[in-house]
Each structure stands twice: as structure tokens, then as C-alpha cells.
Ligand binder design. Structure first.
Ligand code: 4AD
Ligand code: MG
Length: 467
């Protein structure tokens, strides 16, 4: 009987002589092949871990003539015994007895053994996962995703699947992608000439969601503590290293909670996710620490161990004004904080993750709870070094009259559009709070990768939806 496939991750935990170290069969892709005439050395990676396995093929191996001609990228199956490796770089290697080709790659395989720039690799996003960097990024991304569910499960939060197609603009910012089945060359029109969306699939204008929050709130006001974790979409034309048109967001929502409780949860959440990566992705992190972002591990360990700072928007602005630093954008009370301001606060002023709370109401979303001072809302942003805004959240306006007045001020929406949402304030309304964490920004923070396009499998950004 054939021995089953052993993942390289498991093979590398074995020592020669251990049970399972003989006649093991690995399957993977050739990272390199070196032919020294007497023997052939292959480096094989199967994605199960960062490390590749070195395999040695002597003249006794059947089919050696075919195998030694293979190039980088070919998929192979190798069977043999684990033995001590005389060479440095690895403690064990596979002494191959039998080998076979599974899928050839050809000399035009674009990932030849040399370093490729991230921009070049974005053009081959369907193959880049076979490189060291991207294998590591996407293993860490997976560990983080599982840590997210684990954190909320441990605290008794209910996982809710909020809709992806929606008629509500959660942020009220009009940055939504339209979903329609109308014939774009010849859509039905109202008498005035406007497109008649009553004849569209949903009999109304429909969009891809920018956030699951409004639906999440309705569920929190019944289930208590809930969270969503799903894709969200923004038709904002920002071509930065931190914005994508499609990104994943984690949005918890808690009934009977205020802004302080919200910050407490956010802090515990970020710490939980980063400790999970430190614990479970040591090998991948060691690579990032060495090749991508020196000091990464040290920084992550400090974040997990230290208290996050909390500062009022008003005080943050004063500090920025007094900093003596020349910013590109001016800063004054009422101004939106730009990335440069956010980074100065978290990197220079506080030197750690920092919550900025109580922003002016004019620059924040309609659903945030109005503070008694009449000019600020109970909002919070979590700023972290190198990234800037990682989380945006707030206590929600639970008072029906105040919320209705805020919706009446929206330029693109009416109270009727939000009728179902207002119902949640009409019937058994309670103080509640929540936040949204941009998952890709968390992956960037945990890996030191500097461009959002390099932490999401197939990035969607303005003018780019290849693959
Ligand atoms: O601050 P935002 O817009 O907040 C909301 O959507 C709220 N409804 C969340 C809530 O309270 N439930 O977005 C939340 C987070 C940001 O802090 C940022 O990390 C991320 O989502 N984000 C983006 N990430 C990548 N690309 C974009 N275009 C993003 N826009 C926001
Ligand atoms: Mg925000």
C-alpha cells in the first residue's frame, strides 16, 4: 500500500528514526533544483509552513533522468526516508527512493529563483501565493481570521451574517457600488427621464454594503452581543496603500454598553489577535521580522503587553497644534484628522496604539450618539503606528427623536429610507455601542506589509479587478 501524503510542516517535526520518518511521501512544488551530476538536490514547498524540504535524489532513483530536467514550479511527489542533513540550513533532508512528476511548469514559469518586486507579483496574483512572502502573509491572515472567531466565541458573542446587497447607506457617504440587472444601454425611464429603478430586480435602487452595522445593531437589540465578519465595499476613489474597494470588516455590536466599554472591547480584541499570531505563526513572523519589517516582533509583543492610550479629540488637536511639526494639511478644532496627524499622534505623541474619542459631530456618521456638549459625538477611532486608523466605532444614538433629526439632515437619504432602523429605537431601545475593524489593516499591522494590495488574495482597487 502507498504511504499517505505527509505535509512538510509535519515531516519537519520528525527526527530520523522516529515513527513515520521512513517511507514518507511528500507532494509539493519545486522551489529550486540543483544537479551536481552524482546527485540532484530539490527544494520542495507545499505551503503547509514557511520552510521547504530539501530532497536528495541519487542515481538509484527510478526516473531520475526525467526528474533532473524539471524546473522551478513543477509539482512533484517524492517518497523516501528522513535522514540527518550534512549540509547547513536544515537539520533533516529527504533521501528519495521514488519520485514522480505530477504537473510540469516549463521554463516560462514566472517565479524563477530570484527576488521579485511586490508590484510585479501583483500582476501574477494567481501565482504569487507560491512565494515565501505571500505564503507567509496568507497563513498569517488565516490565523488572524480564526483568532477573530475565537475571541468572540469565548465571550459569548453571536456571529451574524449581515446582507451584502442592501438598500441602506450605512455611512451616509454615498460611496456605494450599484447592483442592478437593468439593461445599461436602454434602461426603463420615469417620465422626467431618470432611470426607473422600480423596474429593477429589487424594485428599488440597491447597492453592495459598505458596512453591516445597521443590521448588526438590530440583532444586538435582541441577541445582546453580536459580531459580523464579512466583505464590505467602498466606491471611494482613493488610491492609497491603505484603501481597497473590497475589504473585510469585523463589526461587533453590544447592547447595554457605552463608549468606554466599546474601547475596552477593541483593546482586548486587538491584543487577542496579535497574541494569537505571536503564538501560532512564529516561523512566518520570524521571516517578516528579518526581511520585511525589522523590529516587528518586538513591537507586537509591546502592544500586547501595554495599555493603549485614550485621548479626547479636542486634546489631540491641541497637541497637534503645539507639536511644532509642519503638516501638509492644517489642523484645527473641527478638522478631519489626516493620516499624517493620526500617525504623529500614535507614533510620536503616545508611542503606542491610541484611541481618539469624542469627535466633532459634523465630521462623523449620523448614527453616532450626540454628546451633551452639543458639538461632539461619542465616537472613537483606534490609531496604530505605521497604519493610522485601524478601527472606527461609536456609541450609537439610541434616542428616537435625536436620531430622526440626524437622518433628516442627510443630503442623500430620507427618514423613510431608514424606517426599519428607526423602529429599533421605537421599540425597546437601549444604549449600545460597536466598532468596525478593517481586517486587511490588521493583517498589515501583524506582518509589517506596507500595501493593502499585498495582504488580500485578489485586491480590488480603482481601475483594477483582474483575476
Ligand atoms: O471607519 P469606518 O468607515 O466605520 C464603519 O464602517 C462603521 N460602520 C463601523 C462600525 O462602527 N460598525 O470603517 C471601519 C474600518 C476603518 O477603521 C478601517 O480600518 C477599515 O474599516 N476601512 C477600510 N479598509 C480598507 N479599505 C478601505 N477603503 C476602508 N475603509 C475603511
Ligand atoms: Mg473611519
Amino acid at each position: 500500500m502507498q504511504s499517505p501524503r505527509t505535509k512538510i510542516k509535519d515531516a519537519l517535526t520528525l527526527r530520523p528514526g522516529d515513527a513515520g520518518a521512513e517511507n514518507l511521501r511528500i507532494k509539493g512544488w519545486l522551489r529550486s533544483l540543483r544537479d551536481s551530476k552524482q546527485v540532484v538536490f530539490m527544494t520542495v514547498n507545499d505551503g503547509s509552513c514557511f520552510a521547504s524540504l530539501q530532497a536528495v535524489l541519487g542515481p538509484e532513483v527510478e526516473g531520475l533522468e526525467l526528474l533532473r530536467k524539471l524546473g522551478t514550479g513543477a509539482a512533484v511527489e517524492l517518497e523516501g526516508d528522513l535522514v540527518d542533513s550534512p549540509a547547513k540550513g536544515q537539520s533533516v533532508e529527504l533521501k528519495v527512493k521514488r519520485g514522480a512528476l505530477i504537473g510540469d511548469a516549463g521554463s516560462d514559469y514566472p517565479l524563477q529563483k530570484k527576488r521579485h518586486g511586490f508590484e510585479f507579483l501583483r500582476d501574477i496574483a494567481h501565482l504569487r501565493v507560491r512565494t515565501n512572502t505571500f505564503g507567509a502573509v496568507f497563513r498569517v491572515r488565516s490565523v488572524l481570521a480564526q483568532a477573530v472567531h475565537e475571541f468572540f466565541a469565548q465571550r459569548g458573542f453571536v456571529y451574524v451574517h449581515t446582507p451584502i446587497i442592501t438598500a441602506s447607506d450605512c455611512e451616509g457617504a454615498g460611496e456605494m457600488f450599484r447592483v442592478t440587472t437593468l439593461d445599461d444601454a436602454n434602461p426603463p425611464r420615469e417620465t422626467g427621464g431618470a432611470v426607473d429603478y422600480k423596474q429593477d430586480f429589487f424594485a428599488r435602487p440597491a447597492y453592495l454594503t459598505v458596512s453591516g452595522q445597521l443590521n448588526g445593531e438590530s440583532f444586538a437589540l435582541g441577541l445582546g452581543d453580536i459580531y459580523t465578519f464579512g466583505p464590505t465595499f467602498r466606491a471611494e476613489n482613493s488610491n492609497t496603500s491603505r484603501h481597497a474597494a473590497e475589504f473585510w470588516m469585523i463589526e461587533p455590536e453590544m447592547a447595554f454598553c457605552d463608549l468606554d466599554d466599546d474601547c475596552d472591547l477593541a483593546e482586548a480584541f486587538v491584543k487577542h489577535c496579535l497574541s494569537a499570531v505571536l503564538e501560532r505563526s512564529a516561523e512566518d513572523l520570524a521571516f517578516f521580522n528579518q526581511r520585511i519589517d525589522k523590529g516587528l516582533i518586538d513591537r507586537l509583543e509591546k502592544v500586547v503587553a501595554s495599555d493603549f492610550a485614550r485621548v479626547d479629540y479636542g486634546e489631540a488637536v491641541e497637541r497637534l497644534e503645539k507639536s511644532g511639526k509642519k503638516f501638509e494639511y492644517p489642523v484645527h478644532w473641527g478638522a478631519n484628522l489626516q493620516a499624517e496627524h493620526e500617525r504623529w499622534l500614535t507614533e510620536e505623541a503616545f508611542g503606542r496604539p491610541t484611541f481618539v474619542v469624542n469627535y466633532p459631530k459634523a465630521i462623523k456618521a449620523f448614527y453616532m450618539r450626540r454628546n451633551d456638549d452639543g458639538r461632539t459625538v461619542a465616537a472613537m477611532d483606534l490609531l496604530v503606528p505605521k497604519i493610522g486608523e485601524l478601527i472606527g466605532g461609536s456609541q450609537r444614538e439610541e434616542r428616537l427623536d435625536v436620531l430622526t433629526a440626524a437622518i433628516e439632515e442627510l443630503p442623500h437619504a430620507t427618514v423613510e429610507d431608514y424606517a426599519w432602523y428607526l423602529d429599533t429605537r421605537r421599540f425597546g431601545s437601549v444604549p449600545h455601542a460597536g466598532f468596525g475593524l478593517g481586517f486587511e489593516r490588521l493583517v498589515m499591522y501583524a506582518t509589517g506589509m506596507e500595501n493593502i494590495r499585498d495582504v488580500i488574495p485578489f485586491p480590488r482597487t480603482p481601475r483594477n479587478a483582474a483575476f
